[in-house]
Design a protein around this ligand. Sequence first.
Ligand code: SF4
Ligand code: SF4
Ligand code: SF4
Length: 261
Amino acid sequence: MKPRIAIFSLTGCEGCSLAILELEDQLLDLLGAVDIVNFREGMTDRAWDIDIGFVDGAVSTPEDEKEVRHFREHCKVLVAIGSCACLGGINTLKHYQGATGPKGRGAIGENGSDAYRRYVYGDKAEWFPTTEARPISAVVKVDYELPGCPMVKEEFLAFVTSLLAGRTFKLPDFAVCVECKKRGTLCLYEKGILCLGPVTRAGCNAICPAFGSKCEGCRGIVSKEALVAAGINLREQYNVELQEVLDDLRLYGAYQEADLP
Ligand code: SF4
Ligand code: SF4
Ligand code: SF4
């Protein structure tokens, strides 16, 4: 019997689910090896006996919390896909609106920090309950994470292939800079631009610097060991402190203070 796969969405743009549909020819090969039994973006059936469940989007509302617990209950393996599901993602930007906490971050509802809700929904704000935006691992056990905004399609295929073959799958634990240098891209620090590549997990083939944009850290931060090495390089090569770079790491909610060296 083929493994039964589901793809779910919480709060996000659902771009990671769409990335699966965009696999086109490779999706047809994949469909030969698995049964997709629950996928709001692509089908009307809703089965709940699931071997591998993929979830995009963050937990950002009370309804998300309920749904992700339901997914966990019905999936033997649960996989977070994309920055929203793995890190909280761009949803975490709401924590900075009107907040007065450390680094401008504040709990929702504290000191008016849910002002963004009133800004967006006006006098209907109370119709849209919200919580702090979190990765799904903050609510349920997650077996694997495939970060990125959107997730990297090739990484998704490599992951599914590994899982079906019973092989272990590991994300790269080195910085985006390694891939950037392999591509021969001129480092943005040479132009005086602060880039988050030194502290961000590789796997995207350093696509943003290749097109002239700084890395914004959508794949999350590297391990502590790799961060320490990044700190030394940044100071020696560019006279930049690691903390300055980490302070800029907020767009995707990747900055987890507890994990820093
Ligand atoms: S990670 Fe990016 S592409 Fe994926 S759901 Fe979130 S915002 Fe959309
Ligand atoms: S700092 Fe940015 S531009 Fe420079 S090598 Fe690293 S990823 Fe590339
Ligand atoms: S370069 Fe950085 S921001 Fe761009 S896709 Fe890669 S990890 Fe994400």
